[in-house]
Design a protein around this ligand. Structure first.
Ligand code: ATP
Ligand code: MG
Length: 257
């Protein structure tokens, strides 16, 4: 099977910092992948390199097996890849519907904002996600952290992506909100959406993930199917894993099995 996204030999420097060293990555269709590693391991940088938020210094990115070079997140969005950033990037003083369709409010005659359509569609996206945001007319700044998170996810989902990247989505969520988010991820998986979750909470990854990939100081140190590993082993890799030589996607799949 061809990975939906594959990255090969990715290099990224920030001045003197070598943030990614020859990193390999793959995401299979419909899969939920946990991406873990200590602070500064390079997780967010790797994902931003995928989406075009950062430009890589070396290596390849393939989508459906085809080499790509996204110059901005807009280009990866057009290819069906959405990233939800840790800070959500919402406008607090606008309401839920306006945020979901920020920058692309539906218009009538290309002129007037079609408010009815915007709120109807916002409602439909929230329903698809089964999230409990009470009203699409509510200002985002009046919502709890968990519900703001839901709005950010609804916005991402409204682009009908094939790949969604969640960067530390549960860091500030209550136990209940975390459970709801993990249910949302499972629901998206049923709809065929492949997902990446970056999290320091291994329990989240063991609850919804199919596979877990470990980075340490910008290098690959492990790749395991969740069913073949446990939190203890993954923690061990995070803390004291040794760099793996570059594996091709097929070799990595065989090793993880
Ligand atoms: N825009 C940037 N400018 C300069 N250095 C950066 C930038 N983004 C990341 N880095 C550096 O790259 C390295 C990897 O950072 P990154 O944010 O990818 O780590 P992370 O694994 O996401 O960590 P965390 O778990 O803390 O979010 C770090 O040394 C960081 O300081
Ligand atoms: Mg990060």
């Amino acid at each position: 099977m061809t990975p939906i996204v594959e990255m090969r030999g990715i290099q990224k420097h920030f001045g003197a910092v070598h943030a990614l060293r020859n990193v390999n990555f793959r995401l299979m269709p419909g899969e939920i992948l946990g991406l873990v590693g200590d602070n500064s391991a390079g997780k967010s940088t790797l994902m931003k390199t995928m989406t075009g938020a950062y430009q890589r210094d070396g290596g390849e990115v393939l989508v459906d097996g085809r080499p790509t070079h996204f110059r901005s997140p807009q280009e990866s969005r057009d290819a069906g890849i959405e990233m939800i950033y840790q800070d959500f990037a919402l406008c607090g003083n606008m309401d839920v519907g306006q945020n979901i369709f920020l920058g692309r409010w539906p218009r009538r005659y290309g002129l007037f904002v079609d408010r009815a359509r915007m709120y109807d569609e916002a409602q439909a996206v929230l329903k698809r996600l089964k999230v409990d945001v009470n009203s699409v007319y509510q200002k985002v700044e009046s919502l709890s952290g968990g519900r703001q998170q839901s709005v950010a996810i609804a916005r991402a989902i409204s682009f009908n992506p094939r790949v969604v990247i969640f960067d530390e989505p549960t860091a500030n969520l209550s136990v209940m909100a975390t459970e709801r988010l993990l249910e949302t991820m499972a629901e998206l998986k049923k709809q065929g959406v492949a997902q990446i979750i970056i999290s320091h909470r291994l329990t989240d990854i063991f609850e919804v993930g199919d596979r877990v990939m470990v980075l340490k100081r910008g290098e690959n140190v492990g790749d395991r199917y969740v069913r073949n590993t446990n939190e203890h082993e993954v923690l061990e890799l995070i803390v004291s894993g040794t760099p793996e030589t570059a594996l091709t996607a097929d070799e990595a799949l065989a090793r993880a099995a």
